[in-house]
Design a protein around this ligand. Sequence first.
Ligand SMILES: Nc1nc2c(ncn2[C@@H]2O[C@H](COP(=O)(O)OP(=O)(O)OP(=O)(O)O)[C@@H](O)[C@H]2O)c(=O)[nH]1
Ligand SMILES: [Mg+2]
Length: 465
Amino acid sequence: MHNTTIAAIATSLGTSGISIIKLSGCEAFAICDRLFVCPGGFLSKAPNTITYGKIVDPATGETVDKVLVSKMQAPRTYTGEDVVEINCHGGMLVTRRVLQLVLNAGALPAEPGEFTKRAFMNNKMDLLEAEATMDLIGAKADKAAKVAIQQMEGALSKELGQLADSLANVCAKIDLSTDFDELDSFDYGPQNVARELGPVREGLKRLAGTFDSGRKIRDGLLVVICGRPNAGKSSLLNRMLGEERAIVTDIPGTTRDTVEEAISLGGYMVRFVDTAGLRQGDSLDPVEKIGIDRAYAKMESADMIIYMIDMCGDLDKQVQEAQEMCQKYGENTPMVIVANKVDMCGEEEAIKLLNNIQGAQLTSITLSALNGLGLDKLQDVILKQCATEDDLMGQGILVNERQKQLVQRAIAHLDRAVIAGNAGIPLDVLYTEISSGVQALNELTGRYIDMEAIDKMFSSYCVGK
Ligand SMILES: Nc1nc2c(ncn2[C@@H]2O[C@H](COP(=O)(O)OP(=O)(O)OP(=O)(O)O)[C@@H](O)[C@H]2O)c(=O)[nH]1
Ligand SMILES: [Mg+2]
């Protein structure tokens, strides 16, 4: 339990019907009582009730706002501490004034994620549920929200808990066999251990395999649009977004920097990046050169690359460049070659041209970014890339780097334990590896507390949660 009381605006700042100022800590009721005036006084109110009254500046006696105040008593609250929520009117000025009065009355400003951190420290949720809470707040598409709720409900915690329990069980058997060694009544050797670790390793490997999908669902599929100047890249971005986000002109080299925007496509978040047109030569100005470097840098981290061919441009050069792109990126990244401006050249010619380009993970599409012809086919290809993740819905999924690293650490320990077990290495050596694996899983859920890592994790969250 903390002995400080924290406060923050829990709703976003702006003009709205109501705003909520949240307090948590042992002094929450007393602090609220210093500025909240209601019949009978706030301290007399029963827990888990809402009271109508007014916020009065104790220094001047001036009424600041008429409010509803919820009183929630520990331990059955979000943080596990006494919690007060002041529902005031939603203007920025009044919200800030109420918060200031709460701080003047003795509360400390909450740090980012501090309410949720307190909930974790008070065993109201494990670390995975805390992460999922923040993911739900940040979710920009249906599927991301769905996965976050799934994790909040404990899908991943449950799976990891079962795997950690199986490992603890193996450790217990090793203990037992060491104790009973002299009596020889409990026959449990290194090979038995290796065999029993098998299903746990499989379970962890399944989880590790979900990371790429989990990351795409949570952070969005990164689709980079590249090609020669004037190919129609910015036109495609605008069409996908349904708004004039990027500047479009017939001057080659219009886009200088990368332009990134996200949309929800079929419930998945897709992040499109428009880039500077690719070209070389000494006559390029330094700004354009930097833009082109940025385009290549983005391609390195893309989940999908769209290379756009301008059907009204120099076709030989573009076919060659498309082929080079497929060779360079196609092994690791799905590629889509889009022949654009078919409204000018005709579809047959575009299809013939596309047939000349070969590559792994390659899809070819004809398009008119100007009138939208072919856009639905392109959207289908992008969606197919996301849709493979559908199978994972309802199961534990790894969604961030912290989770991936810890699962991989656990797998590495178990791999070593299995090799050692099969080689007949003594049980105490296996025990050390397995318990290190258990520790990695406990760090994941927060059963084992590494305060430095936990502080780092919560500091990236929003104030007021
Ligand atoms: N006819 C036709 N014109 C198009 C099409 N797509 C884009 N254009 C035109 O082509 C020109 C260049 O389009 P942009 O979208 O700016 O091309 P870009 O690839 O972003 O060009 P840079 O930013 O210079 O690299 C504009 O005049 C567009 O209106 C299309 O499908 N058909
Ligand atoms: Mg452009």
